[in-house]
Ligand binder design. Structure first.
Ligand SMILES: [Zn+2]
Ligand SMILES: [Zn+2]
Length: 550
């Protein structure tokens, strides 16, 4: 670690660690088997060891994962990016002499030691999905401008797995000349944008973690996709499987007797290991290889299975676009139906729908329906669940709408038990069809309610009320394992975008579908993979007190 700081750091923190590292090395060079207590005494004697460092070093020596994560966070951004991505060390001078790495580091990166030490838990996760997506998009644009557009781009890591929060953001740039492309990118990027450059990788500054872009030839794509999509546990398991079959799985190739096996794509790679393709969203699961070998992988929900989106906002509340704008976006995605569901009067959204405006909106929707007959436009609302579990819109108004969503935007500081009571009351309301973003979490900021969710899902199943998987980056809720629990209990499930901008309708649905896939959900378990008749029947069943048959 200290070696990295010396190689990369410019701040006082790095200098401090470099001094520590040198001091430790001096002791160990002299007497390699010096006990830690003596090393410590020596550091203390030199006044190098502050209380904080002393504690940190003690904990790191025990290789406790949380502490390593903590320590990683204190490293300069460039060093973190390098460690996380296991970058190849630099082989040429790029942009700045400070980024040259030493042979010691090279040895470290060549081993799996670094990988083995690195946690990939929530403790280490820093970049929320929505931000990761925007940054990746921006990096692609900037790098294409700087170095020329590569033949292809791939998102990897948590971004590809639809992890709500990832430790980092990484991309693959496919090009016939990886070194040349990297050199051009590193040379053209502004100095404050380029964090570090390797022979075949650049790290671009972003908040809070740099984006690492690996350049590679097309032949390396099948193995690199698996390697960099991760997570590390999966890579390790796959590596072991390859080894058992007499193969060597590296980032760049699958080797047999030292020669690269020709692979068409990622699926071909798994096939060569006698495995079916393992969906990226399931790769973090423990025992997924065994499941795959046993033929137990589900056929997951796919974006193309979605027939309609039942949660979105317009200028009638805090959305950016008009009803017509959202309708055109939904049509462009090939949806057969959609619901306009703006926020109700007491919501804390920046703009809300008053009772009078609901009638006005009904008129506007009717006008758009006449113009665009090939998509069914449902008129709905996203009601706020009040402190006592009632809704903020009278039943007489709700009855005239096609679908009613209910949300908890305000917890009033209630205990989980009280929140559950409010949910149970609202789920029993005959006019409520969907509980949106049930855990009310915000990735990277709010963990969400710690409710007895099984009770909510049982009540939802009993009353024919759907629970939602919300693809808005600020929610990403329900996520696995809650969505998995809801499905197992038999609660109806919707995947929605909760979109506030027409041009993000597709992206947020993708996020929602990604979450459903993380939960292992299939097409049959998601209500809005069916035609609109199934949706209207679902709403009607509850309104008339009939049991809903999936
Ligand atoms: Zn909401
Ligand atoms: Zn909403």
């Amino acid at each position: 670690m200290a070696g990295l700081c010396r190689a990369l750091g410019r701040g006082p923190e790095a200098t401090h660690w470099a001094q520590l590292s040198t001091a430790i090395r001096r002791v160990l060079d002299h007497q390699p088997r010096t006990p830690w207590s003596l090393v410590r005494r020596s550091l203390d004697g030199q006044g190098l060891l502050g209380v904080r460092d002393s504690e940190l070093l003690d904990r790191v020596r025990r290789a406790d994962h949380d502490e390593i994560a903590h320590m990683l966070r204190r490293l300069p951004a460039g060093a973190r990016a390098l460690i996380r991505q296991g970058l190849h060390p630099l082989r040429h001078r790029v942009a700045d002499e400070d980024v040259l790495l030493d042979a010691d580091l090279e040895r470290h990166l060549a081993t799996d030691l670094v990988d083995a030490l690195l946690p990939e838990g929530p403790e280490d996760a820093l970049v929320p999905l929505g931000r990761a997506w925007m940054q990746a998009k921006q990096a692609r644009k900037e790098l294409s401008a700087a170095a020329g557009a590569p033949d292809d781009w791939h998102m990897v890591g948590g971004l590809r797995r639809t992890d709500p929060v990832s430790p980092d953001v990484a991309l693959l740039a496919v090009t016939g000349d990886p070194e040349g492309w990297t050199r051009r990118a590193a040379g053209a990027l502004p100095r404050d944008t380029l964090v570090v450059a390797g022979a075949r990788a650049v790290a671009v500054a972003a908040d809070p973690e740099p984006i690492v872009v690996h350049a590679l030839p097309a032949t390396a794509v099948p193995t690199s996709l698996v390697w960099y999509t991760g997570p590390r546990t999966h890579v390790r398991d796959v590596k072991a499987r390859a080894q058992a079959l007499g193969l060597d799985f590296t980032r760049e190739a699958l080797l047999e007797g030292g020669r690269a096996v020709a692979l068409a794509d990622e699926a071909d790679f798994y096939a060569r290991l006698q495995l079916p393709f393992i969906p990226v969203e399931l790769r973090a699961r423990a025992g997924i290889l065994d499941t795959a070998v046993a033929g137990g992988l589900p056929t997951l929900l796919d974006v193309s299975d979605i027939r309609g989106d039942l949660h979105m906002h317009t200028v009638y509340s805090d959305g950016r676009d008009s009803v017509a704008g959202m309708v055109h976006a939904a049509r462009a995605l090939g949806y057969r139906y959609m619901a306009i569901t703006d926020h109700s009067p007491t919501s804390r959204a920046s703009r809300v729908l008053t009772i009078e405006r609901i009638a006005e909106q009904a008129g506007e929707i009717a006008a758009v329906r006449a113009l665009v007959p090939d998509i069914t436009i449902l008129h709905g609302i996203e009601c706020d669940i009040q402190e006592d579990g009632t809704l903020d819109v009278p039943d007489a108004v709700l009855e005239r709408l096609d679908i009613v969503l209910a949300s908890m935007h305000e917890s009033y500081g209630h205990s989980p038990a009280r929140i559950l009571q409010r949910y149970e009351r609202v789920v029993r309301h005959p006019l409520v069809n969907v509980i949106t973003h049930p855990a009310n979490r915000s990735p990277g900021r709010q963990p969400g309610y710690a409710l007895a969710f099984a009770r909510l899902f049982e009540e939802a199943a009993r009353t024919g009320t759907a629970v939602e998987i919300d693809g808005a980056p600020g929610h990403l809720d329900l996520d696995a394992p809650l969505a998995e629990m809801a499905a197992a209990i038999g609660a109806p499930i919707l995947v929605d975008s909760d979109c506030h901008m027409a041009d993000r309708l597709g992206r947020q649905m993708r996020f929602g579908v990604g979450l459903a896939r993380r939960a292992g959900l299939t097409k049959d378990q998601v209500l809005n993979t069916r035609e609109v008749g199934a949706i209207t029947a679902f709403v009607a069943a509850k309104r008339h007190g009939r049991p809903w048959q999936p």
